[in-house]
Design a protein around this ligand. Structure first.
Ligand code: B12
Length: 377
């Protein structure tokens, strides 16, 4: 088989099935990344969402012993929503990050990777493959950069010349010896806008993120949010786009190439107060198709409470009182108490004091005390 010609056929087929960019990389060890991952671990900068050991994440032949090359794919997603409803006083809304707009990208990219895998199988009978998107061991960005999909930005993102950083990434490790592409020759240069704009200083320096300070990570945690970050998350319900929206390379990048990624504004920019009383069934029906629901209802509700507190939304006071007094989950009761204190109407403080008399959970009581302290400010 002529590998050059076959590679061209694969590229052609990828276009037919709606892959926006494809690149080929060697399956060599990711040596630089290995050192970087070890350093990130030592500093405690990892999120805990990464899969596998450092070796599995950087040595493709541990995942497929006969690995010869890696096919990297990118699908562009929109950065702008048409007819986005406004967040108005008395009718406040939260926001899901762009990577959670439309249908869960894992499903969409898996579909494209499966189709590509079937194509390889049909034309190269002795092929072996291992596909992954996001939840696999390999660092999708490192693969994409080696395969010439884009360069590594100071905001850590893989930035493509065509679509900016608004691309999802996935890959297929294979025993087919495809010819590697050249990496993209571009960089951030002197630009440091994303590092300066990060609301929580999570970007320690260009290309280095402390995931534990990154709002994208914090919105996905299930416990009480540390005080330091409570006012910083604003109305974000899931994820954060700040380091991407400020990026000059993303200017005017807004691609609507896939029906699947078109957001339903009522889902990705939902009203906050109704989220506080949403049933498990309703939550599942409404939010399970999007990527941002993978951690379940609790973090979204906790973030909705913080968003209402951020807006000092008085119309939500009754709902917050109900949660503080009746919700079985301590994180929700405590966050509601803190939020009421932040909203700061006299009735809020009365209600907190009353609830304190019946509350037995230490952590919730602590939040209630913090809520009452807003009176002194
Ligand atoms: C864990 C994880 C997170 C964590 C930690 C993120 C992080 N930066 O490490 C949290 C929850 C915070 C997160 C947030 C987001 N994530 Co995320 N995440 C992942 C995951 C599962 C692993 C990432 C990982 O291994 N991190 C460890 C670090 C070291 O690796 P890395 O950032 O991938 O590595 C690159 C840079 O660090 C840089 N680098 C390494 N060494 C050096 C040295 C120097 C000097 C320099 C300059 C750079 C540099 O190059 C590396 C690649 O070669 C990947 C999927 C996957 N399996 O790879 C998705 C992934 C990285 N996430 C993705 C997305 C979309 C996001 C968000 C934009 C979502 C959002 N809007 O909220 C944010 C962006 C935050 C940010 N600025 O990075 C996409 C990125 C697509 C792209 N175009 O880059 C991925 C690839 C998922 C996917 N398949 O599409 N994520």
């Amino acid at each position: 088989m002529d590998i050059h010609q076959f590679q061209e056929e694969v590229i052609q087929y990828s276009k037919e099935i709606g892959i926006d960019k494809i690149g080929f990389a060697s399956a060599d060890v990711f040596g630089e990344l290995k050192a970087r991952l070890k350093q990130q671990q030592e500093f405690g900068y990892q999120s805990g969402f990464e899969k596998g050991s450092v070796e599995e994440r950087t040595e493709p032949d541990r995942l497929l012993p006969e690995a010869q090359s890696i096919i990297s794919i990118a699908l562009a997603y929109p950065s702008k929503m048409s007819d986005a409803p406004k967040s108005r006083k008395g009718d406040r809304r939260g926001i899901f990050c762009r990577a959670s707009w439309g249908q869960d990208y894992h499903t969409v990219l898996r579909d494209r990777l499966n189709k590509l895998g079937e194509f390889l199988q049909a034309h190269y009978p002795e092929v072996t493959i291992k596909s992954m998107v996001d939840t696999g061991e390999l660092a999708d960005r490192a693969v994409a950069e080696r395969a010439g999909i884009g360069f590594s930005g100071k905001n850590c993102a893989t930035i493509t010349p065509e679509f900016g950083s608004y691309v999802y990434l996935g890959e297929i490790v294979t025993n087919i010896p495809f010819i590697p592409d050249e990496p993209v020759d571009d960089s951030c240069g002197d630009c440091n806008i994303c590092v300066d704009a990060c609301p929580t200083d999570a970007l320690i320096q260009g290309g280095q993120l402390n995931a534990n300070r990154c709002i994208a990570f914090l919105t996905q945690t299930k416990d009480f949010l540390p005080d330091e970050f409570r006012s910083k998350i604003g109305n974000r319900l899931y994820g954060c786009d700040t380091c991407q929206t400020v990026c000059p390379k993303n200017r005017k990048k807004d691609f609507h190439r896939h029906e699947e990624f078109e957001p339903d504004p009522e889902i990705v920019k939902p009203k906050l107060t109704p989220l506080l009383s949403i049933s498990n069934r309703e939550f599942k029906e409404k939010f399970s198709p999007i990527a941002g629901s993978w951690r379940g209802k609790k973090p979204i509700q906790r973030n909705a409470i913080l968003a209402l507190a951020h807006y000092k939304d008085e119309t939500s006071i009754q709902e917050l009182i109900r949660l503080m007094k009746e919700d079985p989950r301590p994180v929700i009761r405590g966050t509601a108490a803190w939020g009421l204190g932040k909203i700061g109407k006299p009735e809020c403080y009365q209600e907190i004091e009353e609830a304190m008399m019946h509350e037995t959970d230490e952590n919730v009581l602590y939040e209630m005390k913090k809520g009452l302290e807003f009176q002194k400010i």
